[in-house]
Write a protein that binds this ligand. Structure first.
Ligand code: ZN
Length: 71
């Protein structure tokens, strides 16, 4: 990952939110990630605790719904 020329950062959740450098999204407050990062969304998720909690809650809700349907 040496010599990256990425100068633009963006919020994976809001592609219209961009900045010249690292910062926070003005809409959701999440960390901006460098443009061109292959796993930008994953890094964005893992790098933010709020996203992890939201994802965990979503997965639990999904599993609960699936178990209810299986009954
Ligand atoms: Zn955002």
């Amino acid at each position: 990952m040496a010599g990256t020329s990425a100068s633009r950062y963006f919020c994976p959740m809001h592609s219209d939110v961009r900045a010249a450098g690292p910062g926070k999204c003005s809409k959701c407050g999440m960390d901006l990630v460098p443009e061109g990062t292959r796993f930008a969304l994953l890094q964005h998720m893992l790098g933010n605790r709020t996203h992890l909690i939201v994802m965990a809650a979503f997965m639990v809700a999904l599993m609960a719904a699936a178990m209810m349907m299986l009954r």
